[in-house]
Design a protein around this ligand. Structure first.
Ligand code: BT5
Length: 257
């Protein structure tokens, strides 16, 4: 396994890169740094996480030395928090396309997919009242199929698997931080963020299912509105806005198997 090389000084986001071999969760570490006053743009990258987290108590797993698991601390003006969750997966998608010949789409709200399979997940933990957010990104860069956890082989992919060729993690890290810097600078123009998200929206026009309380609902996704909520039309013709949470494609595109 090759560790990422140390990068002294400040990175593209304007803060230092803290590189750890082992950590519980990079998001937790970045949050501690935030509370201790770390500057905007501080990035925590880890080779291995023992408690990598997804949303709602789910787990993120990645083999050491093959993926990127990192968290970036950003200190932002109040208006930037709303477009942030849309902007981050756009940055991830662009970085992936810059380092490998793949085409990325985004599954609202936070997954980056290649050919119907998840290559990246984003976990943003924001404290708008204190003016900061931790952006957690897991990206399967150079992971081989047999290195993915057993339970992920039907749903996940990596840039290496999708392109059929090794992908350089250093290059992916550099691109990821550079594209994040670009899209963070664009948070003051939420219309542009929404437009770029719509171009990659995998759910647009697709049949999806979601849960509302205990009730499972189905409908057709009609894209995101200007606030980033997913607009769905139920079979009864009712227009519903989903602000957050989990939606599933009723017939997944290209699931392996
Ligand atoms: C996410 O959650 O997709 C957000 C994942 C964020 C992970 C990063 S890693 C660096 C930082 N530090 C952390 O502790 N977390 C962040 P969610 O939408 O809840 O999806 C979680 C689900 O994705 C799991 O239940 C699995 O089904 C699947 N999954 C787990 N590991 C995966 C992987 N490596 N590739 C693709 N899918 C994965």
């Amino acid at each position: 396994m090759h560790s990422l090389r140390p990068r002294p000084g400040t990175g593209p986001l304007g803060g230092p890169l803290v590189h750890l071999d082992l950590v519980g969760s990079t998001n937790d570490h970045a949050r501690e740094l935030a509370l201790a006053g770390a500057p905007h743009g501080t990035v925590v990258a880890a080779e291995r996480q023992t408690a990598g987290r997804g949303r709602q108590g789910r787990t993120w797993s990645a083999p050491a030395g093959r993926a990127l698991t990192l968290s970036a601390l950003v200190r932002l003006p109040a208006a930037a928090f709303e477009p942030l969750p849309l902007a981050v997966p756009i940055a991830v998608a662009e970085a992936c396309e810059a380092v490998s010949p793949v085409k990325c789409r985004i599954k609202w709200p936070n997954d980056v997919w290649v050919e119907g399979l998840k290559v990246s997940g984003v976990l943003i933990e924001a404290r708008p009242q204190d003016g900061w957010a931790v952006i957690g990104i897991g990206l399967n860069v150079d992971t081989a199929l047999d290195e993915l956890a057993d339970d992920l082989r039907q749903t996940a992919s990596s840039l290496r698997i999708a392109s059929g060729a090794p992908v350089d993690r250093e290059a992916a890290l550099d691109e990821l931080l550079a594209r994040l810097a670009v899209w963070i600078a664009r948070l003051g123009d939420p219309g542009r963020v929404v437009e770029a998200f719509r171009e990659r929206d995998v759910l647009q026009g697709r049949r999806i299912a979601w849960s509302s309380g205990q009730v499972r609902q189905e409908g057709e996704a009609r894209g995101i509105d200007d606030d980033g909520a997913l607009v769905v039309f139920t079979d009864a013709g009712e227009r519903v806005r989903l602000d957050a949470g989990e939606v599933h494609l009723v017939r997944p595109a290209g699931a392996r198997g």
